[in-house]
Design a protein around this ligand. Structure first.
Ligand SMILES: Nc1ncnc2c1ncn2[C@@H]1O[C@H](COP(=O)(O)OP(=O)(O)OP(=O)(O)O)[C@@H](O)[C@H]1O
Length: 783
């Protein structure tokens, strides 16, 4: 389709019907190979189709070795037939040109229409050629030929791609123009969302992408090199190709890991560049070799390769999204999110409707690749319906005031429209957004989204997840080290207090033993319980930890009320659709010494909670709870979907001073309080509810610390029943266990716990249980 038959020389635009669209379109004709007959102004009023071809590469040696079958065949020069898996009638796709595996590089160059674009560039238009398709489908081959067989070994002339052939053709055209032309080139790659100059004098470094009204998006400090001969241009190409990032994976031995953009600027020397180093005003021809979309499951990418693949897929997703929106008949009213990625920013000019674009969809013939091939073909079918309004570049200089005023009005109007759209999106978000997303998902956007989702899914199994967790743990290790050091310090301090208490004989000791059925006398309803409701306001922060600890260490005292700044809801479970998992272990009523252990550990927990602010909590101990002989604690994770959102560490028991309390540990996925969770305590006597706001500074380490704390409290390993911790915690790396990669720090709290237990045993043996020494909780049972 790229080379539609030209109309008679001098003929104007001719109305014709696009076979793939219902509406009549005006097509670009009248530009013979000898040059454009219409100047930029005349062409600016035209609406043209994007040029779209499809190239099917031959079966590769590996595919043949594996005995894979071809699922594609061409019928004629414009139709591609696809044999669907599992039988059924063939699907037919029509394009400007369909180039099968038998086509040579020269055939492709002649048929694809790139010479048309070259002509337009010579006449001041902005033109772009890009190849897209799955990894290993032949994009780079189509543009630049096969990978070089060695350092400095040139690609054989018969195998050079569209780019080299266009260069030769263009230089030849320039020499026959009859007027001087300045030619410049730039070459960059977008690797992992960073723009790198492939022609930089030193080693490539990331360059910023900026925007201004005159130039649109541009790369700051990009080297633009003037050249006058084909050899010089080929050298620039070679330099860029050798610097470009590529790696080997299952589907391609030399897979490009970046998007590469080589741009040729064509200008008349009479129009000097505004700034030195700035591309001169004139036409341009940009060749874009997109990195291929890839399913990491198929390519077997791991580590760096997987990061690259995710970055590639993400930027292709953004590109697909922009193109989808450009296809929207309502597009005049819609905002195109070019700013979503560097790639879309740099292609905004071409895609946004002011340039002329040639796209070559590259596909593999193998039946194994059919899902990806179908996605590419479906997308290509739609993409050829994108229309553009090419405009020649404006001359620099002062604009007449009238034109400036018109432009200002246009900008104001655009601004007003965008604001209106934004308001609408905010108020009617589900309807409009939903429809647009549903629509967009039918094409490449959908395909790429699938890839992204798959990537995410693939990163869930334990081994990959462990890698992800390791990465995040590595980043957090230093912070954790500080937290752990502080915890150890505090614990040691309280160990000393705990050791001192029994020896002074002043510590109250519970009459209950740790035996399973030992009866426990519970407190009468404390004075602060009003009609079955007890108000407990507390404020926990690292600094306020001591304030929380103090009442726990003094069972005789009442729980002080430390008012928090917020009143929190008391009823309901905001995320009632979530599933809950519970693990933990109920302990019998411990002696006071053990309460000290609990208290110390609660303090530890409050420290681990970081700067969490427990503004207030309301407890509703019912009568039967007060009579419950057991106390304990547990961990409770509430999850929505596959990921845990909030983890609670809670204590429960008959005595108010045991503080029926939970600490919420939102997972890293939860931010901003949308899942502010509070637990209703259904189904377990003695359980209570506590409402804690999540804190945005919580991190993954909170989860792991929670596990460590739970293990310390229970005295044995706890195995979370929900992600993100894989089951079988003993198999986890030290870094994942408790989030500490610092062995001596993880061991120290255990050692301290051991010491506390010893000292408590010592305390028990030294002091007699005494009811008189117990607090209100140790009074007559309220049963
Ligand atoms: N038309 C063709 N004829 C012969 N070999 C081809 C053809 N197209 C591609 N190949 C070969 O197939 C392999 C993959 O091609 P290429 O590297 O161009 O794919 P790609 O789409 O650019 O992949 P990626 O996105 O991973 O960079 C290469 O070895 C290339 O030489």
């Amino acid at each position: 389709m790229a080379l539609r038959p030209s109309a008679e020389p001098g003929a104007g635009p001719r109305r014709t019907r696009n076979p793939h669209s219902s509406g009549a379109q005006v097509r670009m004709d009248g530009l013979g190979s000898t040059g454009a007959r219409k100047g930029p102004k005349a062409l600016a009023a035209w609406t043209i189709w994007s040029l779209l071809d499809t190239r099917v590469r031959p079966m590769s040696a590996a595919e043949l070795r594996r005995g894979e079958q071809s699922a594609l065949h061409c019928s004629g020069t414009r139709t591609l037939q696809v044999r669907p898996p599992g039988g059924g009638p063939d699907m037919a796709f029509r394009f400007g040109a369909v180039l099968d595996g038998a086509c040579t590089q020269e055939d492709v160059f002649r048929a694809c229409g790139v010479k048309r674009l070259g002509e337009l560039a010579l006449h001041g238009f902005s033109c772009t050629v890009f190849t897209f398709g799955q990894t290993g489908s032949g994009k780079t081959y189509t543009l630049t030929g096969p990978p070089p067989q060695g350092e400095g070994v040139p690609v054989p002339p018969s195998l050079t791609g569209i780019m080299q052939r266009t260069f030769a053709w263009l230089l030849d055209r320039v020499h026959h123009l009859g007027f001087p032309v300045t030619l410049r080139a730039s070459y960059l790659e977008i690797y992992n969302e960073q723009v790198r100059d492939l022609l930089s004098l030193g080693s490539p470094r990331p360059l910023p992408v900026r925007w201004n009204k005159a130039r649109g998006f541009y790369v700051e400090q990009l080297r633009v090199v003037e050249f006058s001969s084909l050899e010089a241009l080929m050298e620039l190409l070679q330099m860029g190709l050798s610097r470009r990032q590529s790696s080997s994976h299952t589907l391609n031995q030399a897979s490009s890991r970046s998007h590469a953009l080589l741009t040729l600027y064509v200008s008349r020397p009479t129009v000097p560049p505004v700034d030195p180093g700035e591309p001169p005003v004139g036409g341009k021809l940009c060749f874009v070799d997109l990195a291929g979309s890839e399913k990491v499951a198929a390519t077997g990418s791991r580590g760096q390769l997987m990061l690259e693949a995710n970055s590639i897929n993400r930027s292709l997703l953004a590109l697909g999204h922009c193109i989808s929106l450009l296809l929207d008949p309502q597009r005049k009213q819609s905002h195109i999110p070019f700013r979503d990625s560097k790639l879309t920013k740099l292609l905004a000019d071409s895609l946004g409707g002011r340039g002329v674009t040639l796209m070559v969809a590259c596909v593999s013939p193998s039946a194994q690749c059919l899902p990806e091939t179908l996605s590419t073909l479906r997308y290509a079918s739609r993409a050829q319906r994108v229309t553009t309004r090419p405009q020649g570049p404006k001359s620099p200089g002062v604009k007449p005031p009238q034109q400036g005023a018109v432009e200002l009005l246009q900008l104001q109007e655009e601004n007003r429209r965008l604001r209106f759209q934004l308001d609408q999106m905010q108020t009617k978000a589900p309807g409009i957004h939903g429809a647009r997303v549903a629509w967009a998902q039918r094409n490449l956007y959908g395909m790429l989204q699938e890839f992204m989702l798959e990537n995410e899914r693939l990163s869930r199994p334990p081994d990959r997840k462990e890698m992800r967790q390791l990465r995040s743990s590595r980043d957090l290790a230093q912070a954790e080290q500080r937290v752990l050091a502080q915890q150890v310090h505090e614990l040691e301090r309280h160990l000393h207090s705990a050791q001192a208490l029994p020896q002074q004989g002043s510590a109250p000791v519970c009459p209950c033993s740790m035996g399973p059925a030992a009866p426990c006398r519970v407190s009468p309803r404390p004075p602060w319980v009003v009609e079955d409701k007890m108000e407990c306001r507390s404020h926990i922060s690292p600094l306020a930890g001591t304030a929380t600890l103090l009442p726990l260490l003094s069972p005789l005292s009442s729980v002080p009320s430390i008012p928090g700044p917020l009143g929190l809801p008391t009823e309901g479970v905001p995320c009632a659709t979530g599933s809950s998992q519970y693990w933990g272990k109920t302990l019998q009523e411990p002696p006071v010494g053990h309460r000290l252990l609990h208290a110390g550990l609660l303090f530890l927990v409050s420290c681990a909670a970081g700067v969490a602010e427990v503004s207030s909590g309301e407890m509703v101990p019912r009568q039967e709870r007060l009579s419950s002989p057991s106390t304990g604690f547990g961990l409770f994770s509430r999850s929505w979907g596959p990921r845990p959102q909030v983890t609670y560490l809670f204590l429960h028991g008959p005595h108010p001073q045991h503080l029926h309390k939970a600490l919420a540990f939102p997972s890293p996925h939860e931010r901003g309080g949308s899942n502010l969770g509070y637990w209703s305590g259904r189904g377990r006597p003695g359980d209570t509810r506590l409402i804690l706001p999540p804190h945005p500074r919580r991190s993954h380490s909170d989860w792991t610390q929670t596990q460590v704390l739970a293990e310390m409290l229970i005295g044995e390993e706890v195995v979370p029943s929900a992600p993100p911790m894989p089951t079988g915690s003993s198999n986890l790396s030290p870094m994942l266990r408790g989030g500490s990669g610092i062995p001596n720090l993880t061991q120290r709290p255990e050692a301290v716990t051991y010491q506390i237990s010893n000292s408590l045993n010592l305390g028990q043996s030294q002091s007699q249980p005494s009811e008189s020494m117990q607090g209100p909780s140790q009074g007559p049972s309220s049963r």
